[in-house]
Design a protein around this ligand. Sequence first.
Ligand SMILES: C[S@@+](CC[C@H](N)C(=O)[O-])C[C@H]1O[C@@H](n2cnc3c(N)ncnc32)[C@H](O)[C@@H]1O
Length: 478
Amino acid sequence: MSETWKTVRHRTAIGRSALSVPVRQALADRQLTPERTILDYGCGRGDDVRALEQLDRRVIGWDPYYQSESLIEPSSTVLLTYVLNVIEDPAERRETLEHAWKLAATVLIVSARLTWEKSKVRGEVFGDGLRTCRQTFQHLYGASELRSYVEEVTGAKVVAAAPGIIYAFKDDSARLSYLAQRIAPDAAWLASADTVSAIAALVDYVERRGRPPRIDEVPHKTAQLLANFKPNELKRLVRDSADADKVAEGAKLSTLNTLLYLAVELFNGRGPFSSLPASVQLDVRAFFTSYREACRRSDRLLLKLRDTGYIRGAMAASQVGKLTPTALYVHQRAVDRMPTVLRLYEHCASIAAGRPAEWTVAKLKHQGRAVSWLEYPDFDTDPHPRIQSSYAVDLQSLETSHTSYVDSTNHPLLHRKHEFLAPDDPAAPRYRRLTESELKAGLYENPHLIGTENGWEAELIRCGRALRGHRLVRRPAE
Ligand SMILES: C[S@@+](CC[C@H](N)C(=O)[O-])C[C@H]1O[C@@H](n2cnc3c(N)ncnc32)[C@H](O)[C@@H]1O
């Protein structure tokens, strides 16, 4: 085998009929906004570039094979999408990453294929990857390997946006805004067509956020409509119309979100008050006596995260989620309702490893610190949803693992679905009724048998029952 073998790299570029996953993620995360310039470095056939142009983004694509004549210019956001995988020479791989980093003014977005795709890539071992029969090369990354590699080469503070998608920020205020956005996405404003709807939108904002907005937080159109009122008139209108209980709930949530934000920031060295994103500064002013008090409270929260007894107590006291001897399981719709220390636990894991795009239930272990995101695509339609995949991160080692159950012939499945949800979830009563009739029919008498499809089916037969949607019925005679 010759170590000087040159791969036919451009063969790895596929035609895309839809945006790539990293570009979709970056759009959702507001890293590809219209005011930013974008460079797609190693753009392949250029389908992401064309799709971004259609979205009115200022984007240039460059590729050594497909677009080598483009002028490479430093840009706010640089995309390096599935390029590192295909470079067989580790020195050139590093140079490519370094070069892309130099070109990024605000953020570099690196994505790579991950080891969990191993079964899709065949070939013989070459260097630190595989040489395929099409004369291409693939180095599949571990999710944590990619994160540490980008961190080490760029020397930047990085965040995992999703598994295999890393953001390396050059501009710290962009990083802080992104992190704040991730904890508390900006409250969407109701559309305002006239003064009445503009006031309704303002009241809605105050109820959800727990404080009035500053003028630059108000959408332009709404601000124009509200400009007809004097500030005191607006204050009075909001005071008279907003539901005081909702405002108090909104204030509580914003306070907890601020604590969460400041706790995560401690890992990176918390900056002065003036370095915080404007919306967080406003929250600190509205809900705490001082920045120092807010920091003290978030430090206490972090200490609690290290205390296993405290975590166990928080899990036992949680109003949402199913507690087992090893972990707390919570549906996506209910994670924001967990006690704050548990939200911090899940959030730290997501910053380190990236939450997968598709997940249904988060699993937080009591012992050690490890979070898994489990995917049950049919959670709401299947009375006993079957697991499709699981992605786990150990917070102590930062090691990640992925398990796919797609080819499983005997999937693990869920029972007592309502326990994963908040009690006031609209679907919970229907799921609870099903559990009660299953209990009455004796279906939970042998818990060790019912954890997988085959065992569950056998128990249904033993008890003479069948499922019709979320109803348990007598099994028709065979
Ligand atoms: C798997 S394709 C990805 C293309 C595109 N980013 C996408 O996601 O559709 C890898 C691309 O990397 C390009 N490439 C290879 N070596 C490169 C280098 N040193 N710098 C930049 N791009 C490179 C190849 O020409 C190829 O088009």
